[in-house]
Design a binder for this molecule. Structure first.
Ligand SMILES: Nc1ncnc2c1ncn2[C@@H]1O[C@H](COP(=O)(O)OP(=O)(O)OP(=O)(O)O)[C@@H](O)[C@H]1O
Ligand SMILES: [Mg+2]
Length: 228
């Protein structure tokens, strides 16, 4: 008899999905019911591209449907979230930021045009909510272009640390391309939502002034209400 979802071992949870053990060395990221297939396909495509570029990320294997939910089968990463390590005091916040900054600088050195541009991503998110916010759309279109690989959600809970200390980036729904400053602004914004001091010291370690990201941060703040 085929195994049912309730028999699977849950090993992780995010805002959009649950992650289950899925055979040796693999996990399945199973999105919540009703989560659109086109978004799941987008994450899969992003995961393939970022893996192809040689960034240390879990290899994506296939997409599946299970009990009316879409899922992505990934290589299993044996380790803990970077955020978890800091919360459990296995590392301090300085060490957490140093790991985050080193990893982010490495990622931002990669280039691609095989993922959405961040402008397409942001405008699609606004349109997806059925809102014709022309002012915001115009402001997005006037932002600079670029071809750096951007994670879009680069935050300590989307980094896992393997037992040998190697960091692995996960969660690819918001991956896009554009100027590095957009992704730095986005991480600053995400960190600042929890801890202003930490967010400022992240920028400092990245050698970026607040003024350099101000324009992006205000757009990110405006786009916030359109996020899932
Ligand atoms: N390949 C993997 N191997 C092992 N654990 C994983 C893997 N992918 C995800 N996880 C675990 O599951 C959690 C949720 O995964 P993920 O961040 O992809 O979900 P999400 O719903 O997109 O999250 P968010 O709340 O950031 O949107 C992770 O934080 C991690 O603990
Ligand atoms: Mg996540």
């Amino acid at each position: 008899m085929e195994k049912e979802l309730k028999d699977w071992l849950n090993i992780g949870r995010g805002s959009t999905a649950e992650v289950f053990e899925y055979g040796p060395g693999r996990v399945c990221k199973l999105f919540r019911e009703g989560y659109p297939k086109e978004y799941v396909d987008l994450e899969y495509k992003n995961a393939e591209e970022i893996f192809r570029l040689g960034v240390r990320t879990p290899k994506p294997f296939e997409t599946i449907v299970l009990e009316k939910r879409y899922g992505i089968v990934y290589e299993r990463i044996e380790g803990k979230e970077l955020l978890e390590l800091a919360i459990e005091n296995e590392i301090d916040s300085e060490e957490m930021l140093d790991i985050l900054v080193r990893l982010h600088c490495g990622l931002l050195q990669k280039h691609s045009n095989n993922v959405l541009s961040y402008k397409e991503f942001l405008t699609a998110m606004i349109k997806g909510k059925g809102d014709e916010n022309q002012l915001l759309t115009d402001a997005i279109n006037m932002l600079p272009d670029g071809d750096c690989v951007l994670h879009g959600d680069f935050y300590p809970s989307n980094v896992m640390i393997e037992s040998d200390g190697s960091p692995v980036i996960i969660d690819f729904m918001n991956v896009c391309h554009g100027p590095a400053l957009y992704d730095i602004a986005r991480t600053f914004f995400l960190l600042r939502n929890n801890n202003e001091t930490l967010a400022c010291s992240y920028l400092k370690k990245m050698h970026i002034y607040r003024e350099d990201v101000a324009r992006y941060v205000s757009i990110i703040e405006e786009c916030r209400r359109y996020e899932e």
